[in-house]
Design a binder for this molecule. Sequence first.
Ligand code: SGN
Ligand code: CA
Length: 551
Amino acid sequence: MKKIVVWAFICVFSHTLVGQKLPIKRPNIIFIMSDDHAYQAISAYDQRLLSTPNIDRIAKSGILFTNASVTNSICAPSRATILTGKHSHLNGKVDNHFPFDTTNVTFPQLLQSNGYQTAMFGKLHFGNTPKGFDQFKILPDQGNYYNPDFITKNEGNIKVTGYVTDIITDMTLDWLKKERSPEKPFMLMYLHKAPHRPWLMAERHLDEMTQKTFPEPKTLFDDYAGRTSPAKEAEMNILTSMGWAGDNKIYPAVLDSLKIPEIRSDKQRFKADMGRLNSSQKANFDRVYDRINAEFKKVYPSMTDQDKMRWKFQRYMQDYLGTLRAVDENVGRLLDYLEANKLMENTIIVYTSDQGFYLGEHGWFDKRFVYDESFKTPLMISWPGHIKEGQRSDALVQNLDYAQTFLDAAGVPAPADMQGQSLIPLVTGKPWKRDAVYYHYYEYPAEHMVNRHYAIVTKKYKLIHYYFKSDEWELIDREKDPMEMKNVYNDPAYASIRKDLHKQLDALRVKYKDNPEISQGYIDRFLKDAANGKVYGLSKEKAAKMKAKRK
Ligand code: SGN
Ligand code: CA
């Protein structure tokens, strides 16, 4: 009872005294985000692939979301949505290529100006540095796994020897130990590069992880027959689009000796990443990958396509999951520090990813589609004393909601044009409601070639509209078809559901202020820049052809 009264007092006070000196202790916020971390690779969600005991600690001491999703399944746009609390079409960061518009107001700026100490370490991927941070050390662009460079607020550009996940954690812990002010609440963003491509794990995990075998997903050999054209046309099938060298670490010389055709700029990617290792790191990698290359040389000549798919899937899982071993260990280091220093009690801890990822489902790697594995993202939140332990929620929450959640927890009013919904009532057991979420993906044409699409997603259905490359609709029955293999848009049995979902989608587009003119504006901007040879690596000729085709 006492606790409830105190909490009510805190809420009233923190909401009414914004901007002034607050008499209460506002919570610290630690936002942990990895890059491309599939929920299938967290044991709190799924135990088939990897044990992540430390990440699971956050779920155990708080709430885990089974239906958390992103508004646009790609890196920088997801980060922009997280920081601004707005959908891509309004914050302007619709794809990875155009820089973030720094005139956007972000929640760290608001927390900073309301008395929070703020810091960011790791991957941002914005094409510019973040506003609203007292301290930052960020990777340039995608960053590198080994001996990475950092752009820092106070030391200029630096290169640090070692493994990126360990280094980002060292920086984070250093800040907590040496720079954190005991006078202020803090908001810390701890952002991993792992498990992003090209999946280079820490040396200490190489031996163990490259000798494991993993279960295949049921849809590894999906032929895409049940859906519209974008699924088939996407360039993210493990067999046909994953690089033997850059991704699976087969040496370019071995590929040449076996006359294996190169996939994209695969050999050059291999050299760029492996080329950063120093001699002792390289010796460790060689020891392990020499063995794999020798085995590959023996088996390749008799492999069928099915064997190749299976082999590549195993190599993919070994390396992708290998990178996550260090993420989990380092999350453990952070949690141990917080526990040892009594920083758990008044701290909100979030673990999430910038989006989900395909681990062989539909034969794919990468993300972008509104199908579950990339549309959904891991999300768990702990806040001892406020969020009950061990909860699971299937509420339709999104990365759109984080900004307002943190502002709410800090007692800072959210700007009226933010589009999310604070999760504080939901996680503290109060009424919270949402029936549907909105999704919009833009980055096409580009690597992996996933056509532009927008969608409404409810707990039961997805209604998806692909546009630009083609004009096609898809309806997925999430309950009857959880693996999302069959488009039932033209099935007469779904006629009334389809009609109702169209209505709901129209209303959602009005609610979030999205419309065809805005989408066309982004297409025009893309075509203009592509015609000037600026983006996506499209030639002037190809861009001109596309423009002519549209007229
Ligand atoms: C790189 C990767 C892609 C990936 C994008 C976006 N290719 O371009 O596979 O989809 O990043 O990822 S690579 O050959 O350069 O590794 S995101 O997470 O940053 O959006
Ligand atoms: Ca990502």
